[in-house]
Write a protein that binds this ligand. Structure first.
Ligand SMILES: [Fe+2]
Length: 338
């Protein structure tokens, strides 16, 4: 039986007005103490798989779509709870983060109606300048989804400056934080969920890490697939994860946020160029924001990732808010040991 229909409200801005504000106020540079207190919180929410998945019509029939629809009916339809997602978003808004990061899989089988719904949902998160998006494999489900993907999410993938016509990687600088969005979403065959960045994107990513690192910014990287080789099952991983790791090892980053596995996970990548207090790059995966799962690692939550400047370095902390372990209440969950 299906629950009550949920209608997401239109634009309700809740983020602090971070754009246009820099550490420099109208009366000139602040004192050193004020600069050292720079703190920025990114809310990371991922993989809502907005439901229900529409049944493919004759014009939309593709083997992968039909298989995806059957899979959704058999599993995700029961697990995905849109009323729960709505409550989670309300909780996220009440936390008033400085920025919201969405790491993909808003749609299920890449149909036009799903993209329209995805745009409405993105608008509930805040002003587009305060919300960044990177796509997941479901957002690039079949080749025909790609133009829809690009057009639908343009407001949330617009970089501060155009970079030669390519959308990814994009760079959005907010105060002293560089948000770098990557696309690992590529159309694949049935039963596959692999991701790929490609040589051109990886080279541009390296340049962005180098430039923003030289400017002393905290670099927060958004990517759908976990960018660590060997941690996802075959046919589900990032095929060029090792190239990603090489770039991060050489140029550093201060946080990497991903989705895809629907599982809460804290990992790290070594990098001498990282300017975190601990010296490594935290790699944080969040569970699906709509999953009414029993297992706490998979139970719906979002992360609040906070970056505090400490001299030349950044202290990165993260905590989770979501469904309580034994009730339907949404509130504070565990702190993540970053
Ligand atoms: Fe995914």
């Amino acid at each position: 039986m299906r629950g009550p229909r949920v209608v997401f409200p239109f634009k309700q801005s809740y983020c602090r007005p971070v754009n246009g504000l820099t550490a420099l106020g109208p009366r000139g540079p602040p004192d050193e103490g004020a600069l050292s207190k720079m703190s920025f919180t990114v809310a990371h929410i991922t993989d809502p798989h907005l439901s229900p998945a529409p049944m493919p019509g004759l014009a939309d029939l593709r083997l992968k779509r039909v298989m995806g629809f059957i899979n959704w009916k058999r599993g995700r339809e029961r697990l995905n709870d849109m009323a729960l997602l709505k409550r989670l978003v309300a909780d996220l808004r009440a936390q008033r983060p400085d920025h919201v990061a969405v790491t993909g899989d808003l749609v299920n089988i890449g149909m036009a109606a799903e993209f329209q719904r995805a745009a409405l949902w993105m608008e509930t998160l805040g002003e587009a300048s305060d919300v960044s998006f990177v796509p997941g494999n479901h957002d690039a489900y079949v080749r025909a989804s790609m133009p829809l993907l690009e057009a639908t999410f343009a407001p949330w993938t617009a970089g501060d400056e155009p970079r030669g016509g390519a959308t990814f990687p994009y760079l959005r600088v907010r105060r002293e934080v560089a948000i770098i969005g990557l696309s690992s979403a590529v159309p694949t065959g049935p039963l596959m969920a692999t991701g790929r960045l490609g040589k051109t994107q990886i080279e541009a990513f390296a340049a962005l890490l180098r430039e923003t690192g030289a400017s002393g910014l905290a670099r927060v990287v958004l990517i759908h697939h976990p960018p660590i080789a060997g941690i996802t099952p075959p046919l589900r991983g990032l095929s060029d994860a090792s190239a990603f790791q090489r770039v991060v090892r050489e140029f550093g980053a201060e946080a990497i946020l991903h989705g895809h596995t629907h599982q809460q996970a804290v990992r790290s990548l070594p990098s001498r160029a990282a300017r975190t207090v601990g010296g490594a790059v935290p790699v944080l995966g969040a569970p699906s924001a709509a999953a009414a799962a029993r297992d706490p690692r998979y139970r719906a939550a979002y992360h609040l990732v906070r970056l505090d400047r400490e001299g030349e370095r950044w202290r990165v902390r993260a905590r989770a808010r979501g469904l309580a372990p034994e009730s339907q209440a949404i509130g504070e969950r565990e702190a993540l040991s970053v």
